[in-house]
Design a protein around this ligand. Sequence first.
Ligand code: 2HG
Ligand code: ZN
Length: 480
Amino acid sequence: MSEPQSPPPLDPEMFDPVEPADRDRLARHLAAVVGDAHVLTDPALRASYETDFTGRHTGRSRLVVRPADTAQVARTLRLCRDAGAPIVPQGGNTGLVGGGVPTGAGTEVVLSLRRLNALGPVDADARRVTVGAGAALAELQRHVRPHGWDFGVDLASRDSATLGGMIATNAGGERVVRHGTTRANVAGIEAVLVDGSVLDRLAGLPKDNTGYDLTGLLVGSEGTLAVITRARLRLVPELPERVTALLALDSLAAAVGVLTALRRLESLELAEFFTADGLALVLKHARLPGPFRTAYPAYLLVECAARHDPAEELAVLLEEAAEVRDVAVGRQASDRRRLAAYRERHTESVNAEGIPLKLDVTVPLADLPRFVADLPGLLAGRARPYVFGHLAEGNVHVNLLDVAPDDEEPVTEAVLRRVAEAGGSISAEHGIGRAKSRYLHLTRSATDIAVMRSVKAAFDPDRLLNPHALLPLPWEEAGR
Ligand code: 2HG
Ligand code: ZN
């Protein structure tokens, strides 16, 4: 095996430098398909597509193209493939692992799906709705809720996160405890392959045993296999009666204990944890009043939803839970939103302190309190940690501030190795993107990765679709 090398800024073998004449030719051809206004070559216009929400993952694209429909996406892909131009598909640009932004090479075309935002009629008979990849989650919620239906996945970034991006990353979010991840809520997909052909699995029949599940394969494929253009989504009944409670606890172990009891409630829809440090940061940056008179080491935000008011069953259960030190309850929508804000505003509050190193991981639930307690030792003063997340799935969002550039890799490796040793996953819900591809081997076996490589080669033999995301690059493998 060759000696470990440090990653070069761009892979010289993969991409030829782009001659200005070629750059112009591709832009001109694309403009003929999508219109001049939707091919962005000016650096100022491209900028917001080239940096992620945290500012950590940033790059430079060859151009940004914004097709309006599936046919335009198909023609765009064909033109890019003929020009040998790598493509980075992008939705609402709310990803946190650099999977939707270009590298620094200036060779990639950012393919924004945001204009594919049509929402089809709510099909109550089938409990389905067909949506464009570029529709934002909040737009879908506003579309289906008046009809008495809801989408089973919800996220703090609902106003910007697009459904195509959520599908491409198999987003999880806050309601997985009840409805599963995005994968469980997608019935069918339409996607464009790198050669411009359209893969139509949109029917999403409830029963259809005709071979490989191509829809399931594309969910979570992070734009590396095809470009998702439309999806047929499952709907769940919109439940009118809701109660939210913020529980104050002495420890995360106590939070796990209370969750075990809460899981007996069919109405349980949300179980989110955070700690005293994170709450202090939220109070500071979001300028919110504290939820309790004193601070507690750990907090659990729970929500129950049902046809009939679930407040009583939640209250009975909480009265029996000796671990609960204090409770704040919200029944009205405004009170429930106020309580949820203590958890949902963590991301922006961490961002307000600096550019975080984000490690979204799963650890087996029983190990979660010990994992969090071990973090300071693992970090050895190299970072200021904030942890919060989705307790029921053991999903911890490890947010690290003040990490020196030289410490980023050793710190990431130390945390992810600890996760792997615990039998967890190095990505719970944000995906692998560019940030974690070199660590994929920690929780996926060599056989897994070989199969994934074969799948990638079958869909995208020239490695043009999101080439820096998900699968480790050759130099990353050589460096192990
Ligand atoms: C959340 O659960 C998101 O709020 C973002 O997944 C997590 O900011 C993060 O690390
Ligand atoms: Zn999350």
